[in-house]
Design a protein around this ligand. Structure first.
Ligand code: DAH
Length: 340
C-alpha cells in the first residue's frame, strides 16, 4: 500500500509538472484528490489494514496529499502568471496608432458676428453694458417715450409676464438703465448686446433674436457723429466698398430718427433679388436721443445730446454669410455650424 501511495504521488507530481493550462490542473486535482480520485480510493481501503499499519500508512497518505496540494498550488500560481503575461503581450498597446479624435467645437456664427461688432466699438472707446432679459414695462417702453397706449407698441408685440414685467423687445431698454447709473458723468459710450423677444415667427423672424444697442452721449454730439460712426462700422463689417444711406424714420425714443441702409452685399447696388432690385438693404434703426429720454435718465437735455442705434445680429449674419433662412441659426445642425 505504501508503494501504491508513493507511486500515486510520483505520477501526480509528474502530471502537474507537465500540465500546460489551468484546466488541465483542475483535471489533475479531480483525478487524484477528488471524491473518486485515486488517493481517495486508496484511503478507502485503509479499513482492511491492521492497527499497527494504519497510522503509518495514514501518515504517508497525508504526506502524499499535502505534497500534491502544494505542487498544485504553486503550479496554479505559475500558470496564472504565465497566462497573464501572455494576455498582456496579446493586448499590448501600440503607441504609434492614431489616437481617438477629439472633435473641436467652433464659434456659432452669431457669436462671431457679435464679437466682431464688439471689437469694432471697443476700438472706438465704447464699453459693453448689459441689462436683464426679463424687463419692466418702464425700461422697455415707458422710459423710452412709449407710454402705455402708444400705437408704436404694436410693432413690438411681446411676451408679458405680468402687466408690468415682460421679456424685453429691444436692447434699447439698456439705454435708460445705463444713463441712470452714469449721470451726470460724460461721455457715455456703450454698446449693449443681448437677446430680445417678440411674437414673430417666420423665415426671417424668430421669437427670440439678438440685438446690439449703441449709445453715445456727450456735449455737442451731432447727427454727423452718428453718420460717421455707422458709416465706418458698415465698411468694417461688410467691406470697404459698402455705402450707407440714411432715410428719415420714426422711433419714439429718437428725434430725428433714421433707418440706415447699406448698398446691397450681393449685387453691390446694381439691384438683385436679395435687395428687391433696389440696390439697398435695410440694416438698423438710429437717431438722436430724444430729450425726454435724456431727462428721465437724469441728464440735462439743454446741455447734452447723443445718438443711439439698434441692430439685429441675425440679420447682419444672414447678409454677411448669405444665409437665406434665419431658422438654421437655431437648429444646431452640425452640417451648417461646421461651415464657420
Ligand atoms: N429698438 C429698435 C428696434 O428694436 C431699434 C432702434 C432704433 C434702436 C433706433 C435705437 C434707435 O437705439 O435709436 O426696432
Amino acid at each position: 500500500m505504501e508503494e501504491k501511495l508513493r507511486k500515486i504521488g510520483a505520477e501526480a507530481s509528474k502530471a502537474l509538472a507537465e500540465a500546460g493550462g489551468l484546466e488541465e490542473l483542475n483535471d489533475i486535482r479531480v483525478r487524484y484528490l477528488g471524491k473518486k480520485g485515486e488517493l481517495t480510493q486508496v484511503l478507502r481501503g485503509m479499513g482492511a489494514l491492521s492497527a499497527d499499519e494504519r497510522p503509518l500508512i495514514g501518515q504517508i497518505a497525508n504526506e502524499v496529499r499535502a505534497s500534491i496540494e502544494k505542487e498544485l498550488a504553486s503550479r496554479t500560481i505559475m500558470l496564472k502568471d504565465l497566462a497573464k503575461e501572455q494576455r498582456l503581450k496579446d493586448e499590448g498597446i501600440d503607441v504609434t496608432l492614431p489616437g481617438t479624435p477629439l472633435p473641436r467645437g467652433g464659434k456659432h456664427p452669431l457669436t462671431i458676428v457679435t464679437e466682431e461688432i464688439q471689437e469694432f466699438f471697443l476700438g472706438l472707446g465704447y464699453s459693453i453694458a448689459e441689462g436683464p432679459e426679463i424687463e419692466t414695462d418702464y425700461y422697455n417702453f415707458e422710459a423710452l417715450n412709449l407710454p402705455k397706449d402708444h400705437p408704436a407698441r404694436d410693432m413690438q408685440d411681446t411676451f408679458f409676464i405680468t402687466a408690468e414685467t415682460l421679456l424685453r423687445t429691444q436692447t434699447s431698454s439698456v439705454q435708460v438703465r445705463t444713463m441712470e447709473k452714469t449721470t451726470p458723468e460724460l461721455p457715455v459710450k456703450i454698446i449693449a448686446p443681448g437677446r430680445v423677444y417678440r411674437r414673430d415667427d417666420d423665415a426671417t423672424h424668430s421669437p427670440m433674436f439678438n440685438q446690439v444697442e449703441g449709445l453715445a452721449i456727450d456735449r455737442r454730439i451731432t447727427f454727423s457723429d452718428l453718420k460717421g460712426t455707422l458709416d465706418l462700422f458698415m465698411r468694417e463689417v461688410f467691406g470697404p466698398k459698402t455705402k450707407t444711406r440714411f432715410r428719415p424714420s420714426y422711433f419714439p425714443f429718437t428725434e430725428p430718427s433714421a433707418e440706415v441702409d447699406i448698398s446691397c452685399v450681393m449685387c453691390g447696388g446694381k439691384g438683385c433679388r436679395v435687395c428687391s432690385h433696389t440696390g439697398w438693404l435695410e440694416i438698423l434703426g438710429s437717431g438722436m436721443v430724444h430729450p425726454r429720454v435724456l431727462e428721465v435718465s437724469g441728464y440735462n437735455s439743454e446741455q447734452v445730446t447723443g445718438f443711439a442705434f439698434g441692430l439685429g445680429v441675425e440679420r447682419i449674419a444672414m447678409l454677411k454669410y448669405g444665409i437665406d433662412d434665419l431658422r438654421v441659426l437655431f437648429e444646431n445642425d452640425l452640417r451648417f455650424l461646421q461651415q464657420f
